[in-house]
Design a protein. Structure first.
Length: 82
């Protein structure tokens, strides 16, 4: 009574495309095409994420705005006092 079956695709992109063709042999061409497009999108996403992970990114440091304002006020007051 199962209408759908989950099939693990190969890690190799070309093999996965061939596997989709084989599994969806009797399905409409548009469904096969959509599956292949989804696979391509996921593969490109994984490649892009790998590339971003390898590239060194600058570490961001937060600015303590409250402290900066407080320090500037103290400096102004010290200037007036001196």
């Amino acid at each position: 009574s199962k209408l759908w079956e989950r099939v693990l695709l190969s890690k190799n992109y070309a093999e996965a495309l061939a596997q989709i063709d084989k599994e969806l042999e009797f399905w409409p061409q548009i469904v096969k095409h959509k599956c292949k497009q989804r696979l391509t999108k996921m593969t490109q996403y994984i490649i892009r994420m790998r590339r971003l992970r390898l590239k060194p990114r600058p570490t961001l440091e937060r600015v303590h705005k409250k402290v900066e304002v407080r320090e500037s006020r103290r400096e102004v007051k010290a200037e007036k006092a001196a």
